[in-house]
Structure formats: structure tokens, C-alpha cells
Design a protein around this ligand. Structure first.
Ligand code: NOJ
Length: 730
């Protein structure tokens, strides 16, 4: 009897130790064991709450966060978090850690698409730099700024291969080539996530929109996408597979109805391919209300069925519409959703929280805005990326760069003092007041040596020509005219499809007016997509596509115009002659009748092809050399080409290596990009560019089930204007 109190005491001590330091909180225990332990302790309600993402609205006043914060359920899995100050995050997180029974941290997500507060050029622009290292660096900076504002997770990169420039969202991706989207996807994932997600300043990435979203009919956003399995495997899935291999934490399921089974309820893509075939062990979040939208698409009769279909197909987290919280408990009771699926979903979400180190380090540092945003080294990267993204489309008579022989320069157009549209759509937490405008940039670059004449000329659209006179006056008073034209940021992006991709008539009219003056004339375009230039292309002497360059727009553009920066961008998306030529992408399949079948009223070639982009240097390509002309599947073939900077100006040249497979069991595109390399070449310098062809990587192609096929036969290597044959033998 005497021993009983001692026994109780020992048991009490043991159980309280266990409660204080359960396995799920033990940072030295393996993650999977911690998850097992945590799941074993969770109630159904706690589990279901993990599958929910709630939106925490914009609140720019740190003193007011209390009220809104009180509404946040401490058990919530995630918040779409739109505050910019770390105190808000930390206070909400504190609620989760201290007020919820198990203290599971919240994951805070936000759309950090091309920068957080420092805005980099749009992703489409970035891809035209062909500089993956720089893009990775921009993502690292974005992650750091975002982390210091309280974010753990970005809904980026978007890797929907562009197929239609009328679709407003081509601005968010990396152009029309699957390989390019794959390599930029990997760069972005590595930039955001770093080597170890649990370290400070790294955030989880999210590949979107899984999958096929960019094929929306006619380019109309949110519309039906008819994607054959062959196209799915060879065009749309490869960038996602590359991102999964690179270790991406999450994916977002698309809005699109994918050939009858919407992407947010598609078991084949979400579970069979992503989880079973590729082994992704993170989680999938729906797009904004894309579960509820299943009812609009006619795939679910009500919210409950929508939740059932999305959850069982493989969407673990519900963005915004609360359907899982409302319906999963009942669906379990009815036996429609097995408990194992709930546990699997929760396990995937917790796994990412553990990998992010949120259980150990739930809070972020609280620094001042000056300490965390727009640091000089960030702006340097932003300026370099912006300048490398710009594409010199045309440069007759070496009109650019504008040399000091020009004593007066006119800068005309609605973009001159613009700071809002320069950021492009999805500008994160970028602020117009941070943007270095074009007028500021050109004043700093040219102001000491030339007289600068400025005029607005016209608005972005409308029909008011009253400012034309002022533009004419500025132009006539100048040696060279620079006209700045283009799109507003809202003309591309989500739900911003356009039936026409021309500049508005008023802008084309002003371009024609400027041409009449007979002055050397440069047209600078800013847009989120390729534009239809057929009526104006011949008028200016030079055309530069500057895209939407972000915070450092002014200095980057001014540097290109003056020659401080030598243009090195090349198009990653085709500029058609007219909108009627769409779809138009370089990697189409051959036609049945060689050279025929094109529209009769426009040339069959695009206005500016994929890969086009001029430089102030001129590069001479030597002859391609192959290490051998025959290889077997286990051998490698090395191809080399010497490129000489044949000019007096230092520059950078990107060599694009394509392969063509002229006969195959399943027809192949005319040519496909397989590799590229960008190098700086000093004036007069030569360099050898090398590509090692690995048949198992570069000559295989998928069939409609995703099996990889390798067939012996002739192939062609294409580089610049050369085409050489080699053979794959059995
Ligand atoms: C809808 C967009 O389609 C998606 O790209 C974005 O990440 C979410 N909204 C969240 O803002």
C-alpha cells in the first residue's frame, strides 16, 4: 500500500514529460515519425481544418491587426496572407501555436510571382533573358523579402506553356517552349526553396496551374481546354515533371476543364501521374474556388459533390471556398471519403510544414521596411534582369544605341512617367512609388549630354489626338525620336484575354505621325504579350520590346538605349504577323503539303520568330562540328560551334540547340529546343559552345501514356542557320 503513492507520482512525471515533449514536437525525431505521432493525436475536426486555406484580407495598418486577427481560427491549415508586416504573421501564428490544442503552425501563402516589394520583370520577360542563374537569384531575393514579411509559401512559378497570346496569362509563364519552361521552373524552385527549406529566408514554391490551363479555347480565360493525351505528355507535363524532380513542395490545380474531367478533379493527373508515377510527396492546393467551380463546369451537382470529387482526385487543400470544412466530416460518415485519404492529405500538408521548419521556428524576424525591402543589391539584380530581358526586334541603320552625336532626343508616349504599368500584372506588394520611371532613367543617362524633349503624345487608348501637336513639336526639335508605346498592366494577366493583340488605334496613329517627320525613329514597346505589329513594323527604324520591366524600368531601358547595356534578349514566344495566324508557335508539326496550307492574305512566316533578338555586337557562327555521326543509345554525341564576336562592342550571345526527328512512329514537331547557353563575349573574342547529346534525354519522346520512346534513325541538329544529320543506331 505504501508504494502506491510513489507509483502514481512516477506515472504522473512520465505522462507529463511525454505531454510536454511529444514525438511530434521533438526536433531530433525523423519527420515521418513526428507526423505519425501528430496524426494519432488529432481529432477529425483538427485534421479537416488542416485542409483549409482561409484568406486573410489586406490590412496595411499594423495597429489594426487585432480585430481581423480575432477571426482567424487557430486550427486553420493555411492563410492566403496579404499583410506585409511580420508582426501580423507572428501574432496570428502565436494564436495557432498557443491557442490551438496541438499548436500546429499555420502556413502563410501569397502570390510572389515576379518579386515581392522589389518587382522584377514579368516571367515572360525574364525568360527572354535566357539567363537562368539570374532568374534564380531574383527568386531568392523575392523569397527573402516575402519571408521577412511573413510568407512561407509562394504560388509560383507558373509553367503553363504558352499557346495563344490572346490568353492574358502568357505574361506569367516562360513562353512557348516546354524545355524552356522546365529549366526556368527549376531555376525558380531552387531560388525560392534554396537548398534547405527549413532555413530562414526560403519559401515553398508551387507549380501551377496543373495542368493544360493555357490551352483555353481561343485564349479565353477559364474556358474549356481540349488537350489530347499526346499533347499533355509532350507539351504540358514536362515542366511539371522537372519541377517535381527539383523537389517542389506544392502544386496548384488549374481552373480548366481538361478534356471533360476538370483539372481540379482529375484523378489521372493529380494522383496517377503526380503522386504514383512521379512520387510527389508534398500537397496540391486548389486554385481560388476551383473546387466550387466544378459545379459551374457541370462536373458536380453541388458543393458537397465538388468537395468529394476534388478531394478524392488528389487536391489536398481547398483555397478559399471552405468546401472541405463544410463537407468532409459528413462525407466520412457516409463512407464516401475513407479516413486513410484524410490522413494522407493531412500527412502531406504537415510534411511541408515540418520541412519548412515551422514547428521549430514558427515566427519570422521583425525588421523595419528599410531593412528588408528594396536593398541596393536587389535593385541591381532587378536592373540587370530587366535589361537582359529586353529584346531588340529591329535596328535599321544602327539607329540604336543613341550616341552622343545626337544633341537632342525626343521621348514621347504615355509610358514616360508611368510607374504603375511598368510593374506588370501580379506585382506582388510592389508600389508605384518605388518604380524608377523612364523619364527619370533617361534624364540620368542622357541629360548631361543632350537636350531632352518630352511629350505625352496620347493616352493608352481613346481617340483624343490633341497632344499629337506637342509630340510633333518635340520630335521636330530633336535629332532622334523615341516613342514609348504599349499595353496597360491590366491588359494581360488573369481574366485579361483580348480578342485583338494590336496596339490601340490611337497609338498606331501616333506612330504613323512620327514616321512622317523623317527623323531617326525608335519605337519602344511595353507589353505582357506579343503584339500584332503588321501595320507599324516598317515605320520605325528600330523596335525594342521592353516588356514590363518592374521597379528598375527607367535605368534598365535608358541603359539599353544609350548602349551602356548591350541587348541580349531573345524571344521565347512568337510574334505573329496578325492575330488570325494564331496558334503560331515554332514547335508545330509539319503540314501535309509542304509549304502550302497557310493563310493566303498574310505571309506564312511570323513577324518575329521564337529565338529572334538583335544585339549591338555582331556574332559570326563557325561550322558545327560533331564528334561522330552515328551513336547508339548509350553513347553521347558532342557538338560544338565556334562563335566570334565580330564587332567592337562587348556583348552576350545565347546559342540555341534544336533537334529535329523527321520520321517517327508518332509524328514529331518540326524542331524542338533541347539546350541553350548564354555567354558574354568581349569585342573580337571567340568561344566554343558545346552541347552533349544524350539520346536517353534528348532523342526520346513520350507516347500518349507517358512511356518514353527511343527510335533508331536519322536526326538533325539545328543551330542558327545550320542543319546537320546524325544517326541513332540500334
Ligand atoms: C487565382 C490564380 O489563378 C492563381 O494563379 C493565384 O495563385 C490564385 N488566384 C491566388 O491568388
Amino acid at each position: 500500500m505504501k508504494k502506491l503513492p510513489l507509483l502514481f507520482f512516477t506515472l504522473f512525471i512520465l505522462s507529463s514529460t511525454f505531454a510536454q515533449n511529444p514525438v511530434y514536437k521533438d526536433k531530433n525525431a525523423p519527420i515521418e515519425e513526428r507526423i505519425d505521432d501528430l496524426i494519432s493525436r488529432m481529432t477529425l475536426e483538427e485534421k479537416v481544418m488542416q485542409t483549409n486555406q482561409w484568406t486573410y484580407g489586406k490590412n496595411s495598418n499594423p495597429n489594426n491587426i487585432e480585430d481581423r486577427m480575432r477571426e482567424v481560427n487557430p486550427m486553420i491549415g493555411s492563410l492566403l496572407y496579404r499583410a506585409t508586416f511580420p508582426q501580423a504573421r507572428n501574432q496570428i501564428q502565436k494564436k495557432a501555436i498557443e491557442d490551438s490544442r496541438l499548436g500546429i503552425p499555420i502556413i502563410f501563402g501569397f502570390d510572389v510571382i515576379h518579386g515581392y516589394r522589389t518587382v522584377f520583370p514579368t516571367p515572360l520577360a525574364q525568360s527572354c533573358s535566357w539567363n537562368t542563374a539570374l532568374v534564380k537569384e531574383s527568386c531568392r531575393i523575392s523569397a527573402k523579402e516575402a519571408w521577412l514579411a511573413g510568407c512561407d509559401w509562394t504560388f509560383s512559378p507558373m509553367i503553363d506553356v504558352a499557346r495563344n497570346p490572346r490568353w492574358g496569362r502568357v505574361v506569367e509563364g516562360y513562353g512557348e517552349d516546354p524545355y524552356l519552361n522546365s529549366v526556368f521552373c527549376v531555376a525558380a524552385v531552387e531560388g525560392y526553396q534554396g537548398k534547405d527549406l527549413s532555413e530562414k529566408y526560403t519559401i515553398a514554391a508551387c507549380l501551377k496551374h496543373y495542368v493544360g490551363y493555357s490551352m483555353s479555347e481561343g485564349g479565353k480565360d477559364y474556358h474549356y481546354t481540349d488537350v489530347s493525351d499526346q499533347t499533355l505528355w509532350e507539351t504540358f507535363l514536362p515542366p511539371f515533371e522537372a519541377g517535381v524532380k527539383a523537389g517542389v513542395a506544392t502544386l496548384m490545380s488549374g481552373f480548366n476543364d481538361l478534356t471533360g474531367i476538370p483539372a481540379s478533379a482529375n484523378h489521372y493527373t493529380l494522383t496517377e501521374i503526380l503522386k504514383e508515377k512521379w512520387g510527389h510527396d508534398g500537397f496540391v492546393i486548389s486554385d481560388w474556388a476551383s473546387i466550387r467551380n466544378l459545379t459551374n463546369q457541370g462536373y458536380a451537382k453541388d458543393r458537397k459533390e465538388a468537395g468529394l470529387k476534388a478531394f478524392m482526385a488528389g487536391v489536398e487543400m481547398d483555397m478559399m471556398d471552405n468546401i472541405y470544412v463544410e463537407n468532409l466530416p459528413q462525407l466520412i460518415k457516409e463512407g464516401k471519403v475513407p479516413m486513410e485519404r484524410i490522413d494522407d492529405a493531412v500527412r502531406r500538408i504537415l510534411r511541408i510544414k515540418y520541412r519548412l521548419g515551422l514547428f521549430e521556428q514558427p515566427y519570422v524576424d521583425e525588421l523595419t521596411e528599410e531593412e528588408r525591402f528594396l536593398l541596393p543589391e536587389y535593385l541591381e539584380v532587378a536592373e540587370q534582369l530587366a535589361s537582359e530581358s529586353m529584346v531588340l526586334l529591329k535596328n535599321d541603320n544602327q539607329t540604336l544605341p543613341i550616341t552622343s552625336n545626337n544633341k537632342s532626343i525626343a521621348f514621347i508616349g504615355p509610358l514616360l512617367s508611368d510607374s504603375v504599368n511598368m510593374m506588370g500584372s501580379w506585382e506582388g506588394m510592389g508600389k508605384a512609388k518605388d518604380v524608377y520611371t523612364i523619364i527619370e532613367g533617361v534624364k540620368a543617362e542622357f541629360g548631361d549630354n543632350a537636350t531632352l524633349n518630352f511629350a505625352a503624345g496620347c493616352e493608352f487608348d481613346g481617340s483624343d489626338t490633341t497632344s499629337f501637336a506637342e509630340a510633333r513639336k518635340a520630335a521636330l526639335a530633336s535629332d532622334v525620336v523615341v516613342l514609348l508605346m504599349g499595353e496597360k498592366k491590366g491588359w494581360s494577366g488573369e481574366n485579361s484575354s483580348r480578342s485583338s493583340i494590336s496596339l490601340p488605334a490611337i497609338q498606331e496613329q501616333l506612330i504613323a505621325e512620327m514616321d512622317k517627320l523623317g527623323k531617326p525613329f525608335v519605337l519602344v514597346l511595353s507589353s505582357g504579350r506579343p503584339l500584332e505589329l503588321i501595320r507599324i513594323n516598317s515605320l520605325p527604324d528600330a523596335i525594342l520590346e521592353m516588356w514590363q520591366p518592374g521597379t528598375m524600368a527607367g535605368p534598365a531601358l535608358a541603359g539599353i538605349l544609350s548602349g551602356k547595356y548591350n541587348p541580349s534578349g531573345k524571344l521565347t514566344i512568337t510574334f505573329p504577323q496578325t492575330v488570325g495566324q494564331i496558334p503560331m508557335h515554332y514547335n508545330a508539326r509539319p503540314t501535309a503539303v509542304k509549304g502550302l496550307g497557310y493563310f493566303q492574305d498574310v505571309p506564312k512566316e511570323p513577324m518575329y520568330a521564337f529565338g529572334h533578338g538583335l544585339s549591338y555586337s555582331s556574332f559570326k557562327y563557325g561550322e558545327v562540328k560533331l564528334s561522330t555521326e552515328k551513336i547508339s543509345k548509350d553513347e553521347k554525341l558532342t557538338v560544338e560551334i565556334e562563335v566570334t564576336n565580330n564587332s567592337e562592342v562587348d556583348g552576350s550571345e545565347t546559342v540555341l540547340w534544336f533537334i529535329s526527328d523527321p520520321f517517327a512512329s508518332i509524328t514529331r514537331p518540326i524542331k524542338e529546343l533541347k539546350y541553350f547557353e548564354k555567354k558574354s563575349l568581349k569585342a573580337g573574342e571567340k568561344s566554343i559552345y558545346t552541347f552533349e547529346i544524350d539520346p536517353m534525354r534528348d532523342l526520346i519522346y513520350p507516347n500518349s501514356k507517358g512511356d518514353k520512346i527511343l527510335e533508331a534513325g536519322d536526326f538533325y541538329l539545328m543551330v542558327n542557320d545550320q542543319k546537320v544529320k546524325f544517326e541513332l543506331v540500334d
